[in-house]
Design a protein around this ligand. Sequence first.
Ligand code: CTP
Length: 393
Amino acid sequence: MKCAVLGITGSIAAYKACDIISALKKANIDVRVILTDAGAKFITPLALESIAHTPVVTDMFSRERPWEVEHIALAKRADVFLVAPASANFLGKAACGIADDMLTTTILATKAPVLVAPAMNTNMYLHPQVQANIQALKARGYRMIEPANGMLACGDVGIGRLAEVDCIVEAALQALQIKQDLVGKRILVSAGPTQERIDPVRYITNRSSGKMGYALAEAAMERGAAVTLVSGPTNLQTPAGVTRIDVQSSEDMYNELTARFADCDAVLMAAAPADFTPESVATQKIKKDGESLSLLLKPTKDILASLGKLKKQQRLLGFAAETQSLEENAQIKLKKKNLDMIAANDVTAEGVGFNVETNAVTVYKADGSKEQSGLMTKRALADWLLDRLFSGV
Ligand code: CTP
């Protein structure tokens, strides 16, 4: 998970930091807040903590977490450093390298990109000293998110109002290099194994961990899509901002996915639904009597093939876990299930397949093209697959 450190300084616009935190959290970003003393006159640490879900740092010399040098830990943790609102006082201190509180000290220690969103009275903003400080910070590579024109808290009308929250959040996401190319798309992702009940205490399942599906759900959500994750039983945490629907059997998964199919733009079918299920489920626990037991299994519905038949505007991504004849089997599934793209992997290869953090696939597209991903983390592969599924859309 990427981390944004947000510095909040003394300005009436400090209350807008709640909306900034909330939007960043929705994009699955870990937000750490540093509040200056002047900032704390406008907004309380409690309000910020309630949204950020992490302790707000105010004091340089707090003894509460003595085992780490906190400003260094935060400076290292940051993937982006954002100061919003930034007061004239902050700009002056940062421009001169003064480090007399937690925020100005941490900012000197970070190597992350720094974004600064000033907010103050028009005359203060236009004062040559403030402008010189802004130029000095820009010259050092700090990026300014320019304030807007409008009615200010003091009653004056002019430049100095904190930039719109959307602009600030977009700038932060850009600095984190998180694409926002899937905004407005509704994506259904399936993940994990299914469990097919034999009797009240037993079931048949498979080795799928759900990791690839959860990585796809997280990546699509971070890129702006509204994501619904239909998940078989897994031990994984739901990515923040993703709606999760839990299912047990292949039949449950079929029902949940088909019910939502008409309203979605894409289905990423990373689950491993069982291909067979017991012909009947015993109502009582089956007792052993020394004899062998035969289970009669009937085929389940092929979910993806069913969705392929209903397909209109939707893009369909399937997976093919193979142990032999990879290309041939993948091409057959691509056509038979009416998919736009299939990601095939040889599950017998090192670092690929069930319950590992990495994966490597070859994708085959309906247009006849083919591409290999190389070995990468499932999270990186998720973005790689989304790039290809939505290329040219
Ligand atoms: N799939 C599905 N419904 C099933 C079984 C599989 O939608 N009942 C989906 C999987 O989620 C995957 C794709 O179909 O995206 C291919 O799954 P795979 O297990 O590789 O192939 P199968 O179609 O089940 O064929 P086989 O097991 O014979 O290789």
